[in-house]
Every structure is written in structure tokens, then in C-alpha cells.
Design a protein around this ligand. Structure first.
Ligand code: ADP
Length: 249
């Protein structure tokens, strides 16, 4: 029973850690083509929900559906194949490899499967043109040969977004893409997210309300693991429960 126009959906999602409900009966719909922000005070359950949506955690109960099909029982690499990729707040970049090598390795495989070994980098050159196009699209076209470890914090986030784009996802999940950035980096990421959102659905966890206001078509607000409001940014930000949740932080 797919819901028309819905790309990603949670139905009565629950995640308990030793009896503690980090995700409490979350039902939410991400519309195809929208930029949807998940916000909420610290400890509200944003990261846990993200991990459930991308298959990095199994729900205690409830469902996750991608284009109408259940994905909550699939391992992350199969979810990637069905069109959903995510970036990580904790860097997934290999620091000793160059920027371009990081993208080449990701193009070859989103996650190394059990028993599968990495292809030698020399054999990945066939993927070079695609790697270069991705680097250009995330604003790293002039930095292909720099070791990833030498990138600034903001450039690392750009590379992480580039790595998630290697799977050409229909749905892209971004975990705090502006965290730790100054105003210049934030402006760059906003432009980048707008660009990668063309023809895609984007879900982001974001703390910075100005970023949310500029980017999000719709938002979902979490508190104590549950959804307290969901809808267009301008409507939700006036919701008394939302104001109270943030004043109490
Ligand atoms: P947020 O990302 O909104 O800050 P989290 O999803 O990280 O919130 O955490 C929500 C709640 O679940 C917190 O109280 C946190 O301590 C708890 N929690 C998260 N992961 C675990 C875990 N693996 N084991 C136990 N408790 C956890």
C-alpha cells in the first residue's frame, strides 16, 4: 500500500535501548522531491531516527518504507541499492587517501561487502571521469590530489556529500551538514544542498534554524523521541509546542 508522492516513510516507528524509548511511535512522510529537515532539542532522537531510516539500526517495532517498499529489514548496502544514501556526521572519509581516491573507492562500492576486497586504485581509473564530475559538483574540483586529512572541516563535509552522491541516490540523508562551520562554510553548504536536491529528495538533521529556514520545504520536530509537529516551516515554527520545546532547551 504505497502512499502516492511519498519517497520515504516511517510508520509507528519505535526504538528502545534497554527499555528506554529513543524513538517513540514516529510516523512521518517525506514527499518526493522535497527538502525535509528533522529538528529538535539535544537528545530528542534525531540521530536514532536517521539510523533507523537508513538501516543502520533495526527498529524495535514499526516500519520504514522507501517508495512504498519496506526497507527496515534490509542491511544498509541493500538500502543504498534501492536509492537511499546517507552522509555521516562522524567522518567517513579515509584520511590518508587523496580527495579523488576517496570518491573513486566510493564509486566502486558504497560499503565493502563481507568477503569483498577493495579493487586496487590503479584499476579504478575507468571511474575517473565520474569522480571528477562529482568533485566539481561539490566544489572540490581544484583539490583532487590533496590528502583528505588536509582538508578544512568544511571541505571534508563537501567531500562527504560527494561520497554519498557516488551512489546517485534518489533520496539523500544528510546528518548535520553545517555542523562546526563558520558563516562562509554554511553559505557554501546551503548552495550545495540546493544543488544536489535538484531531482532528489533530501532529508537533513540540522541544528541551525537559519539553515533550516533557508533550505527546508517542510520540517518535522522531535521531542522525547516523538513527533510534536510536522509541516511547512512557517507553520511549524509558530506551533506553541515547538516554541515551548525550544525555550526549555
Ligand atoms: P539527538 O540526535 O536528537 O541528540 P539521539 O538520537 O542521539 O538524539 O538520542 C536520543 C536518546 O536516546 C538520548 O537520550 C540518548 O542518550 C539515547 N540513546 C541513543 N543511542 C543510544 C544507545 N545506543 N544506547 C542507549 N541510549 C541511546
Amino acid at each position: 500500500d504505497p502512499s502516492p508522492g511519498v519517497a520515504l516513510e516511517a510508520r509507528h516507528l519505535v526504538k528502545e535501548f534497554r527499555g528506554f524509548r529513543a524513538t517513540n511511535d514516529v510516523t512521518l512522510q517525506i514527499h518526493g522531491g522535497e527538502i525535509h529537515a528533522i529538528i529538535g532539542p539535544n537528545g530528542a532522537g534525531k540521530t536514532t531516527l536517521f539510523n533507523l531510516l537508513s538501516g543502520f539500526l533495526r527498529p524495535t517495532s514499526g516500519e520504514v518504507r522507501l517508495f512504498g517498499e519496506r526497507i527496515d529489514t534490509l542491511p544498509p548496502h541493500q538500502i543504498v541499492r534501492r536509492g537511499l544514501s546517507r552522509s555521516f556526521q562522524i567522518s567517513s572519509v579515509f584520511p590518508t587517501m587523496t580527495v579523488r581516491e576517496n570518491v573513486l573507492v566510493a564509486l566502486q562500492s558504497p560499503t565493502p561487502l563481507p568477503g569483498q576486497f577493495w579493487t586496487p586504485l590503479s584499476r579504478l581509473e575507468a571511474l575517473g571521469p565520474r569522480a571528477d564530475a562529482i568533485l566539481a559538483s561539490v566544489g572540490l574540483g581544484d583539490a583532487p590530489n590533496r590528502p583528505a586529512a588536509d582538508l578544512s572541516h568544511g571541505e571534508k563535509r563537501q567531500l562527504e556529500i560527494g561520497i554519498s552522491l557516488t551512489q546517485d541516490p534518489r533520496v539523500l540523508l544528510l546528518d548535520e551538514p553545517t555542523s562546526g562551520m563558520g558563516s562562509e562554510g554554511i553559505a557554501r553548504v546551503i548552495a550545495l544542498v540546493r544543488q544536489v536536491a535538484r531531482g532528489r529528495t533530501v532529508v537533513l538533521v540540522e541544528h541551525n534554524m537559519s539553515v533550516v529556514a533557508q533550505l527546508a520545504d517542510r520540517i518535522t520536530v522531535l521531542q522525547y523521541g516523538g513527533v510534536i509537529a510536522s509541516g511547512r516551516y512557517d507553520d511549524v515554527r509558530r506551533d506553541p509546542r515547538v516554541i515551548e520545546a525550544y525555550l526549555g532547551e
